[in-house]
Design a protein around this ligand. Structure first.
Ligand code: 5GP
Ligand code: MG
Ligand code: MG
Length: 207
């Protein structure tokens, strides 16, 4: 979509090429995802909803809000417990190949026997998620499901597909709705494509 139809913060108005997914559409889709996830949840024990920070925080917040309002076929709500994992893998728009996970082994040991739902902003090559899942599974959770708001269609994909996908998107670098470019653009409601001006303005300069 052309930018002129949307409210874009002044400080970003020259840095974007287009709006890929308007915020309202994102919210509609998340409401549906919440329903699907709740329908697939047994709910004998609290579901541990794990937010992958920082990019996943907005999706996580909105998803949890919709999940709280979902009543199961048995007429109950799924009890939720909330966790936060900081995972960092990118500089500029290139994957560094390094994945740093913030939780200690003692903290990860709490996942033993629990039902986990990992909430991620975007899967690109899939390598970050594969590594995160390997690490988590070593701590023997009862089950692990993954939801990603976005799944990029890229030839560089390692083949990983999450259990619940919001939108499959073309191979462009997107920002907004908590997704960043070097920590900028998280304060933008819509999911947008950055332009060359934006990339240059917010690039990390080599030392
Ligand atoms: P992957 O390991 O799947 O290649 O990359 C996953 C991580 O890279 C995501 O969690 C996200 O932090 C970052 N990433 C990949 N593509 C994009 C993108 O188009 N925009 C932004 N902002 N981050 C991306
Ligand atoms: Mg992420
Ligand atoms: Mg990032």
């Amino acid at each position: 979509y052309s930018l002129e139809h949307f409210v874009i913060p002044k400080h970003y108005e020259n840095d974007l090429q287009s709006v890929m997914i308007p915020n309202g559409l994102v919210m509609d889709r998340i409401e549906k995802l919440a329903r699907m996830i709740v329908d697939d949840t047994r709910g004998q024990q609290p579901l541990v909803v794990c937010c992958v920070l920082k990019g996943g925080h907005q999706f996580f917040a909105d998803l949890v809000n919709f999940m709280k309002k979902c009543v199961t076929k048995q007429g109950s709500n799924v009890p939720l417990s909330l966790e936060f994992i900081k995972v960092k893998s990118y500089e500029n728009d290139q994957s560094t190949g390094n994945v740093k996970i913030s939780l200690t082994d003692e903290e990860l040991a709490e996942f033993k026997g629990r039902d986990l739902l990992i909430v991620e902003d975007i899967i690109d090559t899939g390598r970050t998620m594969v590594r995160l899942l390997d690490r988590l599974k070593a701590f023997e959770p009862a089950s692990v499901r993954v939801t990603s708001l976005l799944l990029k269609k890229t030839p560089l994909s390692c083949g990983y597909i999450p259990d619940y996908v919001g939108f499959a998107i073309p191979d462009a670098f997107v920002v907004g709705y908590a997704l960043d470019y070097n920590e900028h653009f998280r304060d933008l409601d819509h999911i947008c494509v950055i332009n060359d001006t934006g990339k240059a303005k917010y690039a990390v300069k080599e030392a």
